[in-house]
Design a protein around this ligand. Sequence first.
Ligand code: SAM
Ligand code: SF4
Length: 473
Amino acid sequence: MHFSPESYRIPDKPMKPFIDPEEIWELLNRPSSDNGEVDRVIARSLGKQRLTLQEVAILINATTPEQVQQIKEAARELKRKVYGNRVVLFAPLYVGNKCLNDCTYCGFRSSNRAQLRRTLSGEELVKEIETLEENGQKRLVLVYGEHTEYHPGYIAETVRTAYSVKKGNGEIRRVNINAAPLTIEGFRIVKEAGIGTYQIFQETYHPKAYRQYHLRGKKADYDNRLTALDRAQEAGLDDVGIGALFGLYDWRFEVMALVRHTNHLEACYNVGPHTISFPRIKDASMLQMGEHYFVSDSDFSRLVAILRLAVPYTGMILTAREPAKLRDELLQFGVSQIDGGTRIELGGYADKEKRHDLNKGQFLIHDDRSLNEIIEELLAQDMLPSFCTACYRLGRTGEHFMEFSVPGFIKRFCTPNAMLTLAEYLVDYTPAETALKGWEVVERNMQQLNEMVGDEVRDRIERIKQGERDLYF
Ligand code: SAM
Ligand code: SF4
C-alpha cells in the first residue's frame, strides 16, 4: 500500500521529531465546519481512506448536536463495514512496577513511597500465565515500569516464558508489550523473542505540557519517546501501537497529534500503527493532576468516533479503565479490541483477593467483569468475540499486510478465525449456558459466509470438538 504524501512545516524524516504544535493549533483554530465539508470528509472516510490532518480538524470543529450525531453514526457504519461484529479480546499482565521516572499521573512514579514495589519472580510469572490460560486467554500485553531491571534481555525472557507456559489446552499465542522506549538494538532483542505489537503511548504530544508531567528520569525526554517507534521500525519491528493519555492536555490536540504520528510512520516506513490506545486518566495513588483538561464522557465518545473515521484500518483499544456501560457503547462506533477479566495488581490473577487497592496498582480500573461475563454480554449483543492471532503468526504484519486493504479479507479470514477461536473457548472454558448462546452466534455468523468457506469452518469446528486446537486460516 502507498500513502499519498502530505506536507507539513516539519517534514517527515526517519528518527526526527515531527510534531509542530502551532501548525496543529492553526488547523484547530479555524472557524466551525459547515455541513458540506463534514459530508465530504465523512464520505472519504466511509470509502476507507485515512483522513488528512486538515480533514480531522474539520470533524473536530463540527460541533453542532446534529453534526456530532452524524459523525457518530458514520463511525458506527464504518466500524460495521470494516470490522463486522468482531471484538478482539486480550489481557494485560503487569510484570514489574519498579520505575525510575516520575510521571505525575501514575501510581508507579518513583516519588510514590506508598506503592509496594516488586517484580514478579519467575515462578509467580508462570502462575499468572497459567491462571490467564485457565480463564481462556490467548493474547497478552505484558506491562513494565521503566527501570534498569527491565532491560531488553529481561523483557525478551518474560516474553519467551509467556509463550512456553501451557496449561490444559491453554496457551498464549500472542504477546504484546507496553514498556519504555528502547534503542534500535533493544527493539531487535525483543523482536527476536517473537513479540506481537510494541506499544508506547506519548501521553501528551504537546511538548510544553509534557514537560510539566514528566519530572525526572529518561521519560522526561519528549523527543526520545516521540521517535521510539521510528527506532522500532528501524529494528524491523513493524507492528507498533501508539496512544495518548487523555486528560493531560486538550483532547482535540491529542487526536490531531495521533493522526500526525500515524502519517509520520506512513511517510517514513509506509506502514501506520497497528493500534491506537486512548486511556483516560483514572485515580491513582499520589495522583497530581488538575481538572482543566478532564475529558467528559460525551467528549470521549466524540473523540473515539472521530478517531475511528480518521484511521479506518487501525485497531482501536479501550481498556478496563472505563466502566462496562461506556465500553459497550464505544464498541459500537469505534473500538475493536478490549481487555477482559483484567487485574492490574502485581500477581492479581493468581491471587484474586488483591483488588482495588490504590497502592497495589498503577491506577483504578472500572470494569472488573470476568472474561466469561464479558463474553456473555458480547454474545447477548450478537458480537463475535475473537482470540485470533493468525495474521501475526503467518507473518501478515506491517507493510506486507494491511488486512482491511484487501477486499474480502475479513469474510475469508477474520470472521472464520474469530469463529474458530470462539469455538475453542466454548469447548474449553464456558459454562453450558454460555456455550449455548455462543454456538447460536457461531451459527448466525456461519450463515453470512459463502458456502465453500462455511464448509471449511464447519469441518474445523468439528475437529475442535474432537480435541484439535489452534486451527486457523
Ligand atoms: N512505564 C511504561 C511507560 O511509561 O511507557 C509503561 C507504561 S504504563 C505501565 C501504561 C500506560 O498507563 C501509560 O503509558 C499511561 O498512558 C497509562 N497511565 C498511567 N497512569 C495512568 C492513570 N492514572 N490513569 C490511566 N492511565 C494511566
Ligand atoms: Fe513509570 Fe510508566 Fe508510570 Fe511513568 S507511566 S511512572 S514511566 S510506570
